[in-house]
Design a protein around this ligand. Structure first.
Ligand code: ADP
Ligand code: MG
Length: 729
């Protein structure tokens, strides 16, 4: 082992868990300590202001600017009591992660001194000097102005000495430049259209809520080992590294005991998450060594998205306090499961009913089937878009690999629900029986509840699986903003529910009773969306063939998958629901293609450097040793004997020459290919070139590096190996 590598491995190996001293209170007492939640609003705001603000939060009432000053005053008072000195508009640009710009509360008091100032104006809106955030050309440099505006539906919170205000980020011309603005619009669209449909069943419902419960997967790596791997440091993944002799074959890590150093990290993270009002609940090991998962209790979709963004930055911070680095990249290690983010999504009502869950009466179950079938229709019509919504250069490594999810979006319902849908599809109107003046039906639906509670009926290969009272969208990447997938899904379901209402109303206008009108449309939809239902193995070759026949989107090239955002059906969907317009969609795609190109470009550069600075020199040094040995053999033995004795070494000398030769040649070729690609004007075409020509070269070069890693003397190899990155903790 090289000296450096030996030092970092030894050090990592002997690290002790950091002692975490839990707060003296119980979680129920410190939950939300750093959040300006209702309890604090009540305490710090005049009662009239409190009432107005909660009306904005609960019922989406318009924000009355006249209360802004008093809200800001209350927030400031609380924050200063908590030792806060700064505030920031916290927003979600089209990169990964969040952005913030901190300002101190201080202002001149006009008498030569300072005072703490935070006005309603500063709370509500700010100009963000964000000309360097990706915007796809929505703002050229002349009008590089965008502003951030307070989102009152997500509470402000404190991180360190800063009051963080969740905001949307919008161009002065009105286009959204972030994830939050379209997310809020998509939530509004889906909850409004769902409410209209719920009213067929229960006119007393006042409000529908979209829910999201994310599950976050991640890897932990010791920070010393991490620092000794420039590829991890700069790209978030290993661009080289031969598989360890043992990795996940034994599946002994999954649900095994959590290692003590990791357990300390988790405990610390959970305490801090709870203090920030994130209701974390579940933690466990994942399939791969050093891979873990964290999940909260589900929440309203917008809040859940904010909380996921917040937890990712919290994880990064807490990991460092424990001598770890957290890897959120979707595929940090080749040959080992990647990390995803399962988005558990559902709709519920203000009176506590989950619309994706079965009920007790036939009518409740018809409502349940209605929402399931409409969701399936939405996923069916926009399966390509949903795939685009989770696509990125980094998540591309996961898709289509032999792990969830496959590169084709389909939906798994489980045998029970499938049976119910099949039964409904085959039923005729004579199956409907009149119960007094109310139409009801004989659908055998009442037995659903017990059957669905049995969750064993799971298909881990399905990207969009029904799981009892929700759908689990399993394709989003671990590093991604959940909003991207949620915007597409909410909007698709919104559009579909609007269509459903139209179809049902048309039948009712023609004199059809309500219930049979609903059943008739549902039955028609069940037939139409059948191609999206698939209960088999999503990884199989046969499924690929079958999916093509069914007309599902089977594209695997990331830049081409993004085209789904600009298809006429997609644009119509986003425009008709008021979520985004064509200009915004076009701008966003420019950003997506550009980001794709940049990611591959960086990987190519890093690989080139690593190869020429680490791999090739070490390989040649070792080769020189072998050559030296072969020469010395000749001075000890006669020519023939020396030849025989050195045969193996000479074979290795040749192998090294071949591999290093290949590598050098292809690193040069990769540089040339980049030069060609960089000259391409359009972002889309450039991304395609990077995908088609440069990305495959990374893999080809890597193959030879990994071979060298196996040949070269371990004592000389400078970079920590997979077995160390994955098993030392
Ligand atoms: P599993 O790993 O079996 O899929 P977990 O219990 O780890 O399930 O995570 C499930 C996630 O789904 C949690 O975040 C949970 O809060 C969330 N969830 C449960 N019910 C719903 C629902 N109706 N809507 C949205 N999310 C839900
Ligand atoms: Mg799950």
């Amino acid at each position: 082992m090289s000296k450096l590598r030996f030092r970092v491995v030894e050090k990592a190996f002997h690290k002790k868990p950091v002692e975490v001293i839990p707060p003296s209170e119980r979680p129920s007492e410190y939950f939300g300590k750093y959040v300006f939640n209702r309890e604090k609003m009540f305490k710090y705001l005049p009662s009239k202001v409190y009432a107005k603000l909660t009306d904005v939060i609960d019922n989406g009432a318009a924000l009355d600017r006249s209360i802004a000053d008093e809200v800001a005053e209350g927030m400031k008072k609380w924050a200063i009591e908590m030792g806060v000195t700064h505030y920031t508009h916290w927003f979600q640009p089209l990169t990964e992660g969040t952005a913030e710009k901190h300002d101190a509360f201080v202002e001149h008091d006009g008498k030569g001194g300072m005072l703490e100032e935070f006005s309603g104006k500063l709370l509500v809106q700010q100009e963000a000097d964000g000309s360097s955030f990706p915007n796809g050309g929505v703002r050229n440099t002349f009008e590089a102005r965008g502003y951030s505006a307070w989102d009152p539906s997500s509470p402000v919170f404190i991180v360190d000495d800063t009051l963080c205000i969740p905001t949307v980020f919008i161009a002065y011309t009105g286009e959204s430049l972030d994830y939050k603005a379209p997310l809020l619009k998509s939530i509004q669209a889906v909850t409004k259209s769902a409410l209209d449909v719920v009213h067929y069943f229960d006119p007393s419902v006042k409000k529908v809520i979209a829910y999201l419960g994310w599950e976050q997967e991640y890897f932990l790596v010791d920070e010393g080992l991490y620092a000794a791997r420039p590829d991890l440091l700069l790209t978030g993944r290993t661009l080289m590294g031969h598989e360890a002799s043992k990795n996940q074959q034994l599946e002994d890590h999954y649900f095994g005991a959590i290692p003590p150093r990791v357990a300390a990290f988790m405990k610390d993270l959970e305490i801090q998450a709870l203090e920030l009002g994130i209701p974390v609940k579940t933690r466990h090991n994942e399939v791969a060594p050093n891979q873990f998962e964290l999940a909260p209790i589900y929440e309203e979709c917008n809040l859940a998205v904010d909380h996921n963004m917040l937890i990712m930055s919290l994880m990064r911070k807490v990991a460092r306090n424990h001598g770890f680095r957290v890897l959120l990249h979707e595929k940090p290690f080749k040959g080992i499961n990647g990390s995803g983010k399962h988005n558990n999504w559902s709709l519920g009502t203000d009176n506590g009913i989950l619309l994706m869950g079965p009920g007790k009466t036939p009518e409740e179950n018809l409502r349940f089937i209605t929402f399931i079938v409409n969701t399936l229709m939405a996923v069916y019509h926009h399966n390509g878009l949903l795939k685009a919504s989770i696509m990125s250069a980094t998540n591309a490594h996961r898709l289509g690999a032999h792990e969830a999810p496959p590169a084709i979006i389909s939906s798994f319902l489980g045998t029970q629900l499938s049976k119910v849908l099949d039964h409904l599809e085959e039923s005729t109107n004579s199956d409907l029986i009149a119960l007094g003046d109310k139409q009801s039906m004989r659908l055998d639906i009442p037995q659903i509840p017990e059957l669905l509670i049995d969750n064993t009926d799971r298909n881990r290969t399905s990207p969009f699986a029904f799981t009892g009272n929700r759908f689990e969208f399993r394709a989003p990447g671990s590093e991604a903003n959940c909003a991207s997938a949620m915007i597409a899904l909410n909007t698709a379901v919104a559009e579909q529910l609007i269509q459903f209402k139209k179809d049902v109303d048309t039948l009712i206008e023609d004199g059809e009773p309500k219930i049979s009108a609903i059943i008739e449309v549902v039955r028609r939809y069940i037939k139409e969306c059948k191609p999206i239902r698939f209960d088999g193995n999503g990884y199989s070759k046969e499924w690929e063939e079958e999916a093509k026949r069914r007309g599902l989107d089977c594209e695997t090239s990331c830049p081409l998958i993004f085209d789904n955002y600009l298809k006429p059906d997609t644009i119509r969907m986003f425009e008709s629901t008021g979520v985004m317009n064509r200009k915004e969609l076009e701008a966003r795609n420019e950003v997506k293609w550009e980001m794709y190109t940049k990611k591959i470009q960086i990987e190519a550069r890093v690989l080139g450097d690593l190869v020429m600075n680490h791999v090739v020199p070490v390989a040649i040094e070792y080769q020189t040793k072998l050559i030296d040995n072969a020469y010395k053999m000749k001075s000890l033995f006669d020519a023939d004997e020396a030849q025989t004795l050195s045969a193996e070494n000479i074979a290795i000398i040749k192998q090294i020459a071949e591999h290093t030769g290949y590598i050098k040649e292809h690193v040069d070729a990769m540089v040339e290919a980049r030069k060609v690609a960089n000259k391409i004007e359009g972002q889309r075409e450039k991304a395609i070139a990077y995908h088609d020509t440069i990305a495959p070269m990374l893999e080809q070069i890597r193959y030879h590096i990994d071979k060298l890693e196996l040949i070269v003397d371990d004592q000389m190899w400078t970079l920590p190996k997979y077995r160390e990155l994955l098993f030392v903790r």
